[in-house]
Design a protein around this ligand. Structure first.
Ligand code: SF4
Length: 495
C-alpha cells in the first residue's frame, strides 16, 4: 500500500542515476557520467547504478542534498514524501509540488562532457533525467496543475537549456544553498502563485550553521556533510563563492545516528570540500579537531570514506595524516577520496588556483602533489584524482609539465581522470573546451592517464570488492568490463 501523507502533498525525487547506492561504493557513481558503451546498457546500469531498494516505493536511502531539503520542508510543517523515480505513479495523482534533485542533469559537468566528447553519445545521467520528466504520470499531473521545482548542485545547467525548461514545464529552478528560501518557494507553489523561473540564492541568503537542519531519513551510502564552503578560491570552481562553515561533531554524529538507526547503514562518507581541514579557519589542518572527529566517527561506524580532500593539507601535516590513517584503518584496510591535481604546471597553478598549494607557494605545486600522493600511497588512502584539460591560458609548456607529473606518479596507487574545462565559478563567461580544440599534447595527456588507470584498475577492483561475499560475487563482472575496455583501447592503438 502506498504510504499516506496528510495536507498539501509535496513529493521529492531524483532520477535513477542519483537514487542508487552504487553497490555501496560511492566512487562507482562516476560511471553514470559515461554514455552507453562496450556492454549492454541494462548490464552497465546494474553494475554502476542499480536502483535503490524501496518499501512501497519509498527509497531506503536518498541523495544527501535531497534529504536536507526534505528535512527543511518537514521542519516548516509541510507534508513531504521522498519517492523513488520508478514508483512516482503510486503517489503523484494528488501531489501539488514535485521537487527534483539534480547533479548533472544534461551531462554538462566536467566528467560527462569529457566522456561524451570522446565517445560522442549522451551520458546515462542525462538520459535518465530526461526519462524521469518523460514519465506520462508527471505529464498528466502537470496538466492538472502540478508544479515542478528543481534544485541541487547541477541547477546551473538549466541556464543552458531554456527550451527544455519550457517544453517540460519546469516552474522554478533554485541555484545555491536553499534552506532559508525553500519553504517560501514551496508555499508559493502550493498557493498557485507565479514562481520565479530561476532563483539564485544570494550570499546574504546562505544559511548559517544553526539554520541547517539535520537529515531525518537515511542518505545514500551514509554520506554526511561535515562542513560547507572552501577557502582556497580557485577561479574555475563554484564552491569557492560560498562562505566556509564547519558543523560541530554533535551534529555530524546525530546524522550518522539517523543513518544507523533508521537506515541500518553503519558506514559513513564524510563530505566536505576538504575533509583534512575540518574545524580549521585557514589552510592548515587543525590536529585536535580532525583527530577528535575521526575517533568519534570510528567508534560509531564500521567503515569510513572521504568525499574530497586537498593535496596541500595532506602534505602540510604528514604526521597528522598518518595518525588519521591509523584511526581509520583500525576497521578497514584502505579508504578512498576524490582530490584535485588539475595541472602539473606551477605557472598555470599561479594563474588559476593560487591558493590551492597553500601553505606552500604555487611554484611548489608539483612537489606538493608528489609528496601528498606518496603519503596517500603509504597510508592506503586511494585517490581518484582530477585534471583539468583546456583551461583558458593553458600553454603547451603547461601541458608538458602536467604530462611529466603524471609520469612521476605512475607508481602511486590511484586513478587519474582528465576532465575537459567547463566554465564555472569566476571563469563562467569563458569558452567550453571541446574535443575539436584538442591538440597533440592534449591527446598525449589523455593517453597517459588511460595508461596509468589501466595499470592500477584491476588492483583497485580487487581491493574494492574484497571485503564481503556479495562483493566477491560481483567483482568478476567489473574485471570483464575493464577487460573489454582494455581490449578496445588496444585495438585503438593504446597499449
Ligand atoms: S580547492 Fe576545490 S573546492 Fe576549493 S576552490 Fe579549489 S576546486 Fe573549489
Amino acid at each position: 500500500m502506498p504510504q499516506e501523507i496528510a495536507g498539501d502533498k509535496i513529493i521529492l525525487t531524483a532520477d535513477r542515476t542519483l537514487m542508487s547506492d552504487y553497490h555501496r561504493n560511492e566512487f562507482l557513481g562516476f560511471g553514470t557520467c559515461a554514455p552507453p558503451n562496450v556492454i549492454p546498457s541494462w548490464l552497465y546500469g546494474w553494475l554502476f547504478f542499480p536502483p535503490i531498494k524501496t518499501e512501497n516505493g519509498i527509497p531506503v536511502a536518498a541523495p544527501y542534498g535531497l534529504r536536507k531539503i526534505e528535512a527543511q520542508l518537514l521542519s516548516e510543517g509541510f507534508s513531504v514524501l521522498t519517492v523513488a523515480p520508478n514508483h512516482l505513479k503510486k503517489y503523484i495523482s494528488d501531489t501539488k509540488v514535485l521537487g527534483i534533485h539534480v547533479m548533472d542533469p544534461f551531462g554538462l559537468g566536467p566528467a560527462s562532457t569529457t566522456f561524451a566528447s570522446v565517445l560522442k553519445k549522451e551520458p546515462f545521467l542525462a538520459q535518465y533525467f530526461r526519462a524521469l520528466l518523460d514519465n506520462p504520470k508527471i505529464r498528466e499531473a502537470k496538466k492538472r496543475g502540478l508544479k515542478i521545482i528543481v534544485g541541487g548542485p547541477g541547477a546551473w545547467q538549466f541556464r543552458y537549456r531554456s527550451k527544455f525548461v519550457e517544453e517540460y514545464g519546469i516552474d522554478c529552478i533554485i541555484e545555491g544553498e536553499a534552506e532559508r528560501v525553500i519553504g517560501q518557494i514551496f508555499r508559493a507553489a502550493i498557493n498557485g502563485e507565479v514562481l520565479p523561473q530561476y532563483y539564485e540564492v544570494s550570499v546574504k541568503e546562505t544559511p548559517g550553521l544553526e539554520e541547517i537542519p539535520d537529515i531525518t531519513g537515511p542518505s545514500v551510502n551514509g554520506l554526511v556533510e561535515i562542513g560547507r564552503g572552501c577557502c582556497r578560491g580557485c577561479e574555475f570552481c563554484n564552491v569557492t563563492l560560498r562562505p566556509l562553515r564547519w558543523y560541530p561533531c554533535e551534529k555530524i554524529l546525530r546524522e550518522i545516528d539517523v543513518n544507523i538507526k533508521v537506515g541500518s547503514i553503519n558506514w559513513c562518507c564524510l563530505h566536505a570540500e576538504d575533509v583534512m581541514l575540518y574545524g580549521s579557519k585557514n589552510t592548515l589542518p587543525n590536529d585536535e579537531k580532525l583527530i577528535n572527529l575521526h575517533e568519534l566517527v570510528v567508534k560509531k561506524c564500521e567503515g569510513i570514506c572521504w568525499s574530497h580532500c586537498s593535496m596541500a593539507a595532506i602534505a602540510s601535516k604528514p604526521k597528522l595524516f598518518s595518525k588519521i590513517a591509523e584511526i581509520i584503518r583500525q576497521k578497514q584496510p584502505w579508504w578512498g577520496t576524490e582530490i584535485g591535481i588539475e595541472t602539473g604546471s606551477p605557472e598555470l597553478a599561479k594563474k588559476v588556483m593560487p591558493a590551492k598549494a597553500h601553505p606552500f607557494p604555487p611554484e611548489q605545486w608539483p612537489e606538493v602533489v608528489h609528496t601528498s600522493m606518496g603519503l596517500m600511497h603509504d597510508n592506503k588512502l586511494i585517490p581518484a584524482c582530477t585534471l583539468i584539460v583546456g583551461i583558458p591560458e593553458e600553454t603547451e609548456e603547461d601541458l608538458i609539465k602536467t604530462i611529466e607529473l603524471i609520469e612521476d606518479l605512475k607508481h602511486i596507487r590511484s586513478l587519474i581522470v582528465p576532465l575537459f574545462f567547463v566554465p564555472l565559478g569566476r571563469l563562467k563567461d569563458e569558452e567550453w573546451f571541446k574535443e575539436t580544440a584538442m591538440k597533440e599534447l592534449h591527446r598525449e595527456l589523455l593517453i597517459r592517464c588511460v595508461k596509468h588507470d589501466f595499470y592500477w584498475i584491476d588492483k583497485l577492483i580487487d581491493l574494492s570488492f574484497a571485503e564481503k561475499w556479495y562483493r566477491n560475487l560481483i567483482r568478476p563482472f567489473y574485471r570483464v568490463f575493464v577487460g573489454i575496455v582494455k581490449y578496445r583501447a588496444k585495438k585503438a592503438g593504446i597499449q
